[in-house]
Design a protein around this ligand. Structure first.
Ligand code: NAD
Length: 237
């Protein structure tokens, strides 16, 4: 919604078609075009198809945002190979295929472009019970740095954003699983983390979107390979 307000036409890609339709309608009420494409980001061919779809439907392709991700709350002592496989396929391979597909499309179109991916505070610091999730988000920073260097000569910038504690469905899941594992009450883990935020409140999707808007716009043209924290003061680097 923020990028639509900034003036972008939007191609939504997710597995949840109902939610995409709601967002697409809202984008259109703001006077921008919107199109939806159902894809599972762990499958490279589906991301390539999504990028082709976006270019065809919107007659252009300028910004790629690799936002989809999942969380797992699990002590390292109990993590299974299937769990590791699944979260790496979505959080790391999903971002890799997104970077690859977008860079290929920008080069094909002989234009510059911006690639932006979701890392996390957990991409700068390993958190207990979130060890594998943290590993995937460190990997997003590694891909961001390497891709920035590989694609700089093509006029493509590659950056990431590292949110803190955002009150989305993901945190509902984290709080529930933490409660199961530690015996905390529902809401207690969420509140404990909020207590560690210098600015004294949880992050909103709008806080994240404001920074993504900067990364997507011309004011960040001289920035590449970075993954700044946007977390209200929780992790300091
Ligand atoms: N919520 C937080 O506190 C927080 C903090 C730091 C980073 N992040 C990162 O921000 C991003 C967005 O998180 P969120 O809080 O909005 O999560 P969310 O769970 O609320 O939403 C995730 C979205 O990704 C989609 N998705 C999941 N797996 C997919 C797949 N395989 N293919 C396609 N779509 C898929 C879901 O359908 C959903 O729409 C994630 O990468 C997450 O790791 C979130």
């Amino acid at each position: 919604m923020r990028l639509a307000s900034d003036g972008a036409d939007i191609a939504l890609v997710d597995m949840n078609e109902d939610r995409m339709r709601v967002v697409a309608d809202e984008v259109q009420t703001r006077g921008r075009r919107a199109t939806i494409f159902r894809a599972n980001v762990m499958h490279r061919e589906e991301i390539y198809a999504a990028v082709d779809h976006a270019e065809k439907e919107l007659q252009g392709f300028d910004i790629m945002i690799n936002n989809a991700g999942i969380v797992q709350v699990q002590p390292l002592s109990h993590v299974t190979p299937d769990e590791v496989d699944k979260i790496f396929k979505i959080n790391v391979e999903g971002v890799l295929w997104g970077i690859q597909a977008a860079a290929r499309k920008f080069k094909q179109r002989k234009q510059k472009g911006k690639i932006i991916s979701a890392s996390s505070i957990a991409g700068h610091e390993g958190f207990p019970l979130l060890g594998i999730y943290s590993a995937t988000k460190f990997a997003v920073r590694a891909l961001t740095q390497a891709a920035a260097k590989e694609f700089a000569a093509d006029g493509i910038t590659v950056n990431a954003y590292c949110p803190g504690e955002v009150g989305t469905d993901m945190w509902v899941e984290i709080d529930k699983r933490m409660a199961e594992i530690t015996g905390a009450k529902i809401g207690e883990t969420y509140d404990k983390y909020v207590g560690g935020i210098a600015l004294g409140r949880a992050e909103t999707p709008e806080d994240v979107a404001a920074f993504v808007s900067f990364l997507a716009g011309p004011d960040s043209d001289y920035m590449t390979g970075q993954a700044p924290l946007i977390d209200g003061g929780l992790v300091y680097r």
